[in-house]
Design a protein around this ligand. Structure first.
Ligand SMILES: CC(C)(COP(=O)(O)OP(=O)(O)OC[C@H]1O[C@@H](n2cnc3c(N)ncnc32)[C@H](O)[C@@H]1OP(=O)(O)O)[C@@H](O)C(=O)NCCC(=O)NCCS
Length: 232
């Protein structure tokens, strides 16, 4: 019995070491990106062994290859298994560039027709998804060196330009030009090419849509009242 347990332990250790060596050789850029972008990433070994984002990218490279070869069922099965362990769901169809770092990971969803450029940083809770209205290419294209903050939702077949920042919890449904910062719901550009964008300089005469609706309804009631009075 002890012999069997020892045997299993040895097999497990050898597999972990073989996997780590494989990842260290073929995913060097991703490990370096994690160390560069995460102040908490203290050592190469720590990133190699403890970062769920890295493991989900490793699995994605395999599932994407199977997807390209039109293998049925297995790629989705493996990607769902990875989701179970890491909380990160990357559809096997998504095209992902070099040096992607998914920090923390939990709750990240990357849709089937998403394209992610090089050197991108995604935080937890990010959705690169569809609006539910489009068919075919229905997920975003993310440029190089883009940072997407925690909980941000980037929806639809839109392009997020290179070197852009999407703020935490923003909801972006329109294309974003390169070198922009977008915050809020719906996402609005606050900085572009290093300059602050003032969207509305007139802060006094702001149109309130609810007030507008109430005023329209009031007008209609007055018109109806007049009609009733004229008829009687
Ligand atoms: C958007 C972000 C990149 C900052 O960009 P920045 O260009 O430095 O922007 P600033 O800090 O100068 O803020 C610009 C304006 O946007 C507002 N703002 C910044 N981030 C915001 C956000 N996520 N949602 C809404 N408004 C935001 C600021 O209050 C400021 O408003 P003001 O001009 O009325 O004062 C950053 O705030 C952010 O959200 N980063 C994501 C970080 C993250 O997800 N970390 C997770 C770690 S676990």
């Amino acid at each position: 019995m002890i012999g069997l347990l020892l045997y299993i332990l040895v097999i497990l250790c050898v597999s972990i070491i073989a996997y780590s060596v494989f990842v260290a050789i073929f995913f060097h850029e991703e490990i370096k990106a994690a160390m560069r972008k995460d102040p908490a990433g203290r050592s190469y070994i720590e990133v190699l062994t403890l970062y769920p984002g890295l493991h989900s990218i490793v699995m994605h490279r395999l599932t994407h290859a199977l997807y390209v070869f039109k293998m049925p069922f297995l790629p989705r099965f493996l990607s769902q298994m990875m989701r179970f362990f890491t909380g990160i769901e990357i559809h096997p169809g998504a095209k992902i560039g070099k040096g992607l770092f998914i920090d923390h990971g939990m709750g990240v969803v990357i849709g089937e027709t998403t394209v992610v450029g090089d050197n991108v940083l995604l935080y937890q809770g990010v959705t690169l998804g569809g609006t539910g209205k489009e068919k075919g290419k229905r997920h975003p294209t993310i440029g190089n060196n883009v940072v997407i903050g925690a909980g941000a939702q980037v929806l639809g077949n839109i392009v997020i330009g290179d070197n852009s920042y999407i703020g935490a919890n923003a909801v972006v449904v329109k294309p974003v030009p390169p070198n922009s910062t977008v915050v809020g719901v719906p996402g609005r550009i606050t900085h572009q090419d290093g300059k602050k964008i003032e969207l509305d300089l007139d802060h006094i005469h702001i149109v309130d849509p609810i007030m507008q609706n109430i005023e329209e309804l009031q007008k209609r009631i007055e018109e109806l009242e007049k009609k009733i009075i004229n008829k009687s």
